[in-house]
Design a binder for this molecule. Structure first.
Ligand code: HEC
Length: 175
């Protein structure tokens, strides 16, 4: 009897461990996240922070998972009436993506745009960052389980927790 009980407990924990990350983290890639992420993309477009005419600066050498060449922009944007801090990282790559080539023709090498927006009251445990990984057309990249990468990105948070300064930001400690 006892053995049976142990086996059952063992099976139950194996199932829990095998659950996809998103099932343990409600609030990732939900309809609300997608609606807010769409509004965020429009705000970035309006302020020329994404899109063909986006503000550009010289790319620097990147590392995984963010790509081969990177451009990082920091600004304030208004999303659904809320003006707050945003960090935009354009990820460039592909064959021939040298710093010169990307500088000359950014749209040709753009692979993805990862964004952190400070959304008041969204996720107090993680500095209220709202995370998104957009493809160049403003749609979302997908997590391995098929969820849109927008909202409380569990993968993003797991890695960015290690950033110095306890603000989840690697490049500086201004936040
Ligand atoms: C395995 C670790 C890792 C994961 C996962 C990760 N990042 Fe990052 N991220 C970094 C590192 C390291 C940097 C600094 C890289 C640089 O620009 O030189 C960075 C930089 C950034 C920046 C610029 C601000 C900063 O922290 O310096 C943004 C915005 C960003 N990441 C968004 C995201 C989003 C959105 C996701 C999830 C879809 C994500 N990241 C997943 C490691 C990670």
């Amino acid at each position: 009897m006892r053995l049976m009980f142990r086996i059952l407990i063992g099976m139950a924990s194996a199932v829990l461990l095998a659950m996809p990350l998103s099932a343990q983290m409600p609030g990732f890639g939900t309809n609300d996240d997608i609606a807010f992420g769409d509004a965020l993309w429009r705000a970035l477009e309006q302020d020329n922070l994404v899109g063909d005419d986006a503000i550009m600066s010289r790319p620097y050498e990147g590392s995984q998972p963010h790509g081969n060449k990177l451009v990082t922009l920091e600004a304030d944007v208004t999303v659904n009436g809320q003006r707050n801090e945003v960090i935009i990282k354009h990820n460039y790559g592909g064959e021939g993506a040298t710093i010169e080539a990307v500088s000359d023709n950014p749209s040709q090498y753009l692979m993805a745009t990862t964004v952190m927006f400070r959304r008041a009251g969204f996720d107090a445990d993680n500095k209220d960052w709202f995370w998104a990984k957009y493809l160049p057309d403003g749609s979302y990249d997908k997590a391995p389980n098929g969820n849109a990468l927008v909202g409380k990105g569990p993968g993003c948070i797991a890695c960015h927790t290690a950033a110095p300064g306890e603000d989840m930001v690697f490049l500086n400690n201004r936040y």
